[in-house]
Design a protein around this ligand. Sequence first.
Ligand SMILES: Nc1ncnc2c1ncn2[C@@H]1O[C@H](COP(=O)(O)OP(=O)(O)OP(=O)(O)O)[C@@H](O)[C@H]1O
Ligand SMILES: O=C(O)C1=C[C@@H](O)[C@@H](O)[C@H](O)C1
Ligand SMILES: [Mg+2]
Length: 174
Amino acid sequence: MSPRAVVVGPPGSGKSTVGPMLAAALDVPFRDSDDDIVARTGRPIADIFAEDGEPAFRALEEEVVATGLEEHDGVLSLGGGAPLAPGTRARLAQHTVVFLNVGLAAGVQRTGLSTARPLLAGVNPRATFKTLLDARLPVYREVATVEIETDHRSPDEVVAAVLAALKPGQVRQQ
Ligand SMILES: Nc1ncnc2c1ncn2[C@@H]1O[C@H](COP(=O)(O)OP(=O)(O)OP(=O)(O)O)[C@@H](O)[C@H]1O
Ligand SMILES: O=C(O)C1=C[C@@H](O)[C@@H](O)[C@H](O)C1
Ligand SMILES: [Mg+2]
């Protein structure tokens, strides 16, 4: 079993919003590694960051993502930082990976009202978001089979763009 598509990208790129819509369009189930972590630990992600620290969260995330990649045969959205783990990047080399990209302005706007993202909770979320984008863009591009810009697209338009991009050439056969 293997996901039809794995969705990666920065916070606010729409992994949790577009992922279920993409799954519905493909008529397959949806799973989100952040939800899996909450279900497995019974704790909100912000609490895991605050109480156990980011390294402990990343170790748990790598395990949960590995399980999802083995077990899930629908659309699997990953947490924004999941591809930072070298082990996860190696596993993703076998999969069809959709990178939802978002620029600084739209990313800050979309994540600005939420307190649920511990990495963006500091005094200057815009600067933090820029640092995060600069560091991660090469990582997302390394694992992606397709990259979709989301800044000027509605979630429905993003789904349509993903479906159009998932032509046989971009899909890794298992
Ligand atoms: N294409 C889009 N156009 C406008 N708003 C969007 C778009 N995609 C997502 N959003 C909005 O941006 C916010 C963040 O989206 P979402 O939670 O799906 O991001 P995410 O990639 O899952 O982030 P995280 O990595 O933090 O889990 C939500 O309020 C969502 O409605
Ligand atoms: O971009 C990140 O590092 C994160 C994104 C979210 O999906 C969560 O996994 C968590 O808030 C960390
Ligand atoms: Mg999400």
